[in-house]
Design a protein around this ligand. Sequence first.
Ligand SMILES: Nc1nc2c(ncn2[C@@H]2O[C@H](COP(=O)(O)OP(=O)(O)OP(=O)(O)O)[C@@H](O)[C@H]2O)c(=O)[nH]1
Ligand SMILES: [Mg+2]
Length: 453
Amino acid sequence: MTKKINIAIAGHTNTGKTTLIRTLMKTSIGEVDDSPNVTKKGQAYYFDGLQANFIDTPGFQYASVLMMYLDALNENPNFKMPQNWQPKLVYDQDAVEALEKSDVVLYVASLSVVPDDSYKEEINIILRKCQKVVAVLNQYRKQLEASEKSAVKKRIDQWESVFKEQGIERIVLFDAHWDSPVKLNQLYHNILEILDSEQKSYFVEGLKRFEERQREIRQEACSMLASFIEDCREKAVVTISKEDFKNREKQDEAKEKLARIINGGLIEFVYYVCDLYKVAAEYPTTSKDQLLLKMQPKVHLLNRLGFAGGIAAVAGGFGAFIFGILGASLVIFTGGLGAVTAAGLAAAPIGATAGALIGSLAVFSDDGDIVTIKIEPEQMTILLIKGVSIIWGLSNNGYGRGRELSLNESKYIEERVCRIQASCTDTNWHQANKVTIIKYCEKILDLIEKEIE
Ligand SMILES: Nc1nc2c(ncn2[C@@H]2O[C@H](COP(=O)(O)OP(=O)(O)OP(=O)(O)O)[C@@H](O)[C@H]2O)c(=O)[nH]1
Ligand SMILES: [Mg+2]
């Protein structure tokens, strides 16, 4: 039997413990809400992807009472809990029981609160049960959005000094609404390093497979994007006679035909890449090649639902993000994706992206009577940026945060990709072959990951 590491997720109530597990497992386990003691019982979730158990625990609320109780028990094992303590300690005691089954604890603290003595007490209690503790300073991005960077830094310092006081050296800044691969790997490596040698030997295997798979899936996503870009370069060509080209209506018709070809390819890429990440989350240990077999036969579904409907069908929690990147008109349609039917979406104006390109297509007219219309390299850059933004969003955004992603957030991601892409001037990817385009996309994604602390 494979041995598993038990990772307990503990901390004050409402700090994001359950959300964190959702994000780590890419699935909607447990209950999440912005109120205290939403999780009522310790519960272990086996995560195939890492071959580890995540144990969700109820949040602490009355650490000082619990501390008094544990101290009293220590002195006298027959100590009877006073009646007025009992209702307070229901959840706290359950958390302690869950801790007793764990090999390592992720202590989740929220950066939105100032650490007072009650937090010190709960950390103290945790350390009595398990000395291997990695601190997660959660809600980092939320705080960065809500406060000045200097104020967030000050808050981090406050927490760090509490942890150091308690002898906890391993601290990871995180935001459970996002699952940046770099952050995840940092978190898992902290867990790995804190384990003793026997536990390390089996956790390291699971972790290696997990990272390798992450890389493979991302590479596959970049390969899908590269195919789309190659197709645009080679196949997105429309010809029209010189005579017809002089006719405004016919010229517009030809341009629209080209826009439709590009749009179709873009939508197909989005559909396909969404399905890849969806299937990857559903089967967290299945190899990439097997995943490709599990994906939906795309042509069939696309025909049945219409392009946008097809995406809605597979995109699930990513939907709002995808449409945020693809075009504002769709965001309006998909404000609450869950309620929008596929049929409704199919009627939505999906041409926002290609439509934006329509006015700026290259025209080559030097071939006798024929005018050729195709997309210019600069316009292809727009498609590449959208594609990379979508891959980044799919690999980072999802289960922890639920369905909502504001237009601002998706714009922000796209702007960041745009900026980084502009700085990667060492590859002429417009003319590059598929492998080089894939490497180029991976490089942009690496740089984005590194840029985000
Ligand atoms: N923006 C942001 N919100 C978060 C983050 N983590 C959790 N939340 C939100 O905070 C609220 C509480 O999250 P939960 O995961 O239920 O917290 P918990 O620690 O499990 O809470 P209890 O089980 O009640 O102790 C929810 O509204 C989450 O969406 C985060 O990193 N960033
Ligand atoms: Mg919870």
